[in-house]
Structures are given as C-alpha cells and as structure tokens.
Design a protein around this ligand. Sequence first.
Ligand code: NHR
Ligand code: GAR
Length: 221
Amino acid sequence: MTEAGQTPLPLVVLISGSGSNLQAIIDACANGQVNAEIKAVISNKADAFGLKRAQRANIPTHVLDHSLFGNRQSFDRALKKLIDGYQPGLLVLAGFMRILTAEFVNHYLGRMLNIHPSLLPNFQGLNTHQRAIESGVKQHGVSVHFVTPELDGGPVVNRAIIDVDSSDTTESLGKRVLAEEHKIYPEAVSWFANGRLQLNGNQAMLDGEPVPALEKYANET
Ligand code: NHR
Ligand code: GAR
C-alpha cells in the first residue's frame, strides 16, 4: 500500500517495444499499489508501441534512436543527459534492448532495475524461452535484477517460477512468463519506492535480508 504523505518516487522507464511491463507499472502507480510517478518514458525505437501507452497516460516521451549515434558511448551519454533532466530516484528497464556501457550502469548503480525473462543466472541474453525449451528444463520463469555492468548478471531482487510442460511452445511459455512479469515488476518497484530494497555490494537486500540466488543448471544451452 502507498504510505500516506510519502512523496512518490520519481521513475524514468526505458523501453524498446510493446511496453506491456510499462503498462503494468503505469497501472500500479495509478491504483496506489506503487508509490511512484513515471516522469518520462524513453525508447530507442520510434515505433515502440509503449510510447503510445505512455502518451495515453499523459507521460512525457522521448525517442533516442541508437542508430544515429556512432558508438555505444555517445548514445549512452546522450541517454544519461536526457534521463538526468528528470532526476529519477529509480531507472526502470522494461523490455529495453540495448546493452549499456559500464560508465552508464555505474552512474545508476543501485537505482536501476531490469526484468529478464528467465530464472537467472540461467539463460542470460536473448531468446530465453526457446533456449529453455531446447534445454528440456522443468522450470522456467522471470527475474527482476539490479543492473550491473555484467549483462543480466546483477543480483536478483524478485522472481516468478513456472512449470514447463511437454506441450509448451516458445509462444505458450512466453505468454505465461509475461503474465508473471506484470505481477513481479510492479511489486519490486513498490519495494524500492518504500525503501525496502537495496543493493549492497553484489547482493540485493529486501527488508534487511539477502534475496537468495538460484543455482545455475548444468545443462543450459
Ligand atoms: N546493460 C548492462 N550493462 N547490464 C545489463 O544487465 C543489461 C544491460 C542492458 C540491457 C536487458 C537485457 C535483458 O533483459 C539489459 C540488461 C539487450 C541485449 C542485447 O543483446 C541483451 C540483454 C538485454 C538487452 N542487445 C543487442 C545489442 O547489441 C541488440 C538486440 C536488439 O536490438 O534486438 O545491444 O535481456
Ligand atoms: C519482456 O518479456 C521482457 O522480460 C523482455 O522483453 C519483453 C518486453 O515486453 N526483456 C528482454 O528480453 C530484455 N532483453 P514489453 O515491452 O511488453 O514489456
């Protein structure tokens, strides 16, 4: 619940696509589940549907097209300048598809979250649902983690686990995972907004207790 009298945490959300996780956070801010306010949504793709979701919610939007920059460093510096104009307390990656430089990540260390569609540390990187099916794992899911320079390697703060069944396809699995994403991401943002979640070295702390990590499967592809 939102604590009465507490100023909402200012957020900036980065997207590249559909923005269904953005929508879940917009809705959770609107209904009081999350004590935060999205100050801006930034996409590296002009045609991202999430921009329309933000506009519908009267949230300022920006497009910063990475292809117009010569290298990652110049893109990340422009992105940082744009973000810092909003002075966010938390930066939220929601289906943002560009790898970020260590310089950028370190500037937001401890105040940047990402949602990744696997049970980290398993299936870092892309095409996670397909790789999970091909590996024959019995369980799959989704993780929210603090972003560190190591791609998809930052400490996990929240996760949902789902059973994989033999009839699952990439699509059926992705659909069930996405439904869980829309629950666990607003929950993690609410923890952070209420001061319950911190990055302590390379460990996420929730209510002063370490969030447990999972083992890496031996048979991952
Ligand atoms: N940056 C750092 N430094 N650390 C992380 O943990 C990051 C990150 C940037 C994005 C999201 C991540 C995911 O959840 C994320 C985590 C994009 C790629 C990728 O390969 C990989 C992981 C993630 C996001 N991107 C290609 C690139 O060259 C482009 C792919 C495309 O445009 O479709 O940047 O999975
Ligand atoms: C989500 O499944 C998210 O976990 C994943 O992309 C989808 C974005 O959906 N993120 C990544 O793969 C990051 N590399 P959305 O735009 O509807 O929120």
